[in-house]
Every structure is written in structure tokens, then in C-alpha cells.
Write a protein that binds this ligand. Structure first.
Ligand code: ATP
Length: 248
């Protein structure tokens, strides 16, 4: 049996915002290397608050978070942020350079890597997201779906341990949704995907965790959770009309 630490370990994490609003009440979560896990839950459940603890954007509450055995704490933040790449919902928050290639090179260059290594990482990351050949294009000339895939590449070029995706299927047309799914399915990294798109969770993530009211209320095989009509109703989760998770 492997003794490697899990990619993500969250233990008894509780957190209140400065205005006193308590968003997390003791969350435990373990994600093994190479797992793909969907993080589900209604608006306001605490999903974003949890995600922002994974690379130390938020901190100061109770509990512990570690990434591949490295505690998320101030002295470790540069390495934690290399290990945990967050792809935010709006790709335009992540793309700010004149060309796609410079955007994907930005992180590795900041690590101080030699230029040939940067170039190799840029080429590999663009290839992984199906955007090889787009390096010289300005990001704003790309479609929304292409920009989202480039945003994924900006994180992959850091060789992360964990890829966190916030609503990856939002605003994508059916072809863009399928293309991104193909990209994500082929990635050899641990994935934590925050989504309201339950069929996408089922397609991509064998396991799901449901968060509601700042606590984990379910954790198990996605197919089983989505087949539990009472669980879905209790936590404001809805499948598309006529969608049968047991027949996919
Ligand atoms: N900066 C903040 N200050 C105070 N309260 C906040 C802040 N950000 C979020 N909250 C509150 O914390 C709780 C959890 O919010 P969070 O954004 O983590 O939920 P979420 O599950 O990501 O929701 P959504 O699905 O809408 O993105 C909510 O009640 C929210 O109003």
C-alpha cells in the first residue's frame, strides 16, 4: 500500500469571515492522489470558502489543511500555491498578458525557471488543453471555451499536485463543455471540481462531496449520491429534467 500523503487533507476546518459570519463549521476532507472529486452544494454552502483555504488565500480559522503532506501556512505559501492551482470561473481573471504563450509562461517564469524549461512547459500545457499552436494569439481573440482551456494551461504549466476548478462548465456551449471534459479526463493530476452541473460531476468525478451550511453532509460515489432523491432535495441539488444518473 502507498504511504504517500493524500493530495489534500482538510481536518476540522472552521472559519468565520471578519464580519462574524461563520461559513465553515468543522470540515474534514481527504482526497487521494489522482482522484477526481466534485464539490457540490447549494449557493452559500461554503464551497468557495473551503477552496480559498486550499492555497492559503483565506486562513486564520480553526483546523488544518495540507497539500501532499505540506501544511498550508504562511511560511509554505509559495510552494503551496505551486502545488494547488485554482482555475477561477471567469478566465478573464486569469489571462492578462498580450499573448496566450506569455500567460502560460507567467507562472513558470516567476518560479525563476530557465527559459528553455519555460518554453517546454508552455508547449506541453497548451498541448494538454488542445491549444497547441495558439501561443502567439491574444487571449481576447479566442472563444470563451478556448480562454477557459488556456486558463487551465496557465495552472498546468506550474506542474500542480491539485487542480481546483470553479464551475468549469459554466457558460460553455455543448461542444466547449465536451472538449473541456476530454481535457480534464486526460489530466494526470488530482482534481477538485466545484460545480452546480450534476451531469458534469457524474461524467468526470467518480466521487462527490456535498457541502451545506458549512459542513460535509455527504461523501461517496457520485452515481449513488445523485440517485438519492431525498439527499438532493434536502440540499437544493437538482438534476436536469428527465436525467437518470443510474442510466449514464
Ligand atoms: N467576504 C465575505 N464576508 C462575509 N461573508 C461571506 C463572504 N464571502 C462569503 N460569505 C458568506 O459565507 C457563506 C459561504 O459562502 P461561499 O461563497 O463559500 O458559498 P458557495 O458554496 O461557494 O456558494 P455559491 O454556490 O453561491 O458560489 C455564505 O453565507 C456567504 O454569504
Amino acid at each position: 500500500m502507498s504511504t504517500a500523503p493524500p493530495s489534500l487533507l482538510v481536518e476540522d476546518l472552521a472559519f468565520a469571515y471578519p464580519d462574524g459570519h461563520q461559513a465553515l463549521f468543522g470540515v474534514d476532507l481527504r482526497v487521494g492522489r489522482g482522484e477526481r472529486v466534485a464539490l457540490l452544494g447549494p449557493n452559500g454552502a461554503g464551497k468557495t470558502t473551503l477552496v480559498l483555504h486550499l492555497n492559503g488565500i483565506l486562513s486564520g480559522g480553526r483546523g488544518r489543511v495540507s497539500v501532499a503532506g505540506l501544511p498550508v501556512e504562511r511560511r509554505n505559501l509559495p510552494e503551496v500555491r505551486r502545488r494547488v492551482g485554482i482555475v477561477f470561473q471567469d478566465p478573464d481573471d486569469q489571462l492578462f498578458m498580450p499573448t496566450v504563450g506569455e500567460d502560460v509562461a507567467f507562472g513558470p517564469r516567476n518560479l525563476g525557471l530557465p527559459e528553455p524549461e519555460v518554453a517546454a512547459r508552455v508547449a506541453a500545457a497548451l498541448d494538454q488543453v488542445g491549444m497547441a499552436g495558439a501561443a502567439d494569439r491574444p487571449p481576447h481573440h479566442l472563444s470563451f471555451g478556448q480562454r477557459r482551456r488556456v486558463a487551465v494551461a496557465t495552472v498546468l504549466s506550474m506542474h500542480p499536485e491539485v487542480l481546483v476548478l470553479d464551475e468549469p462548465s459554466s457558460n460553455l456551449d455543448p461542444a466547449g463543455r465536451r472538449e473541456l471534459a476530454e481535457v480534464l479526463e486526460a489530466l494526470p493530476v488530482t482534481v477538485l471540481m466545484v460545480t452546480h452541473d450534476l451531469p458534469y460531476a457524474l461524467q468526470l468525478c467518480p466521487r462527490s462531496v456535498v457541502l451545506d451550511g458549512g459542513v460535509v453532509v455527504a461523501d461517496g460515489p457520485t452515481r449513488e449520491l445523485l440517485a438519492d432523491a431525498d439527499l438532493l432535495a434536502r440540499h437544493r441539488l437538482e438534476l436536469p429534467y428527465g436525467f437518470d444518473p443510474t442510466r449514464v
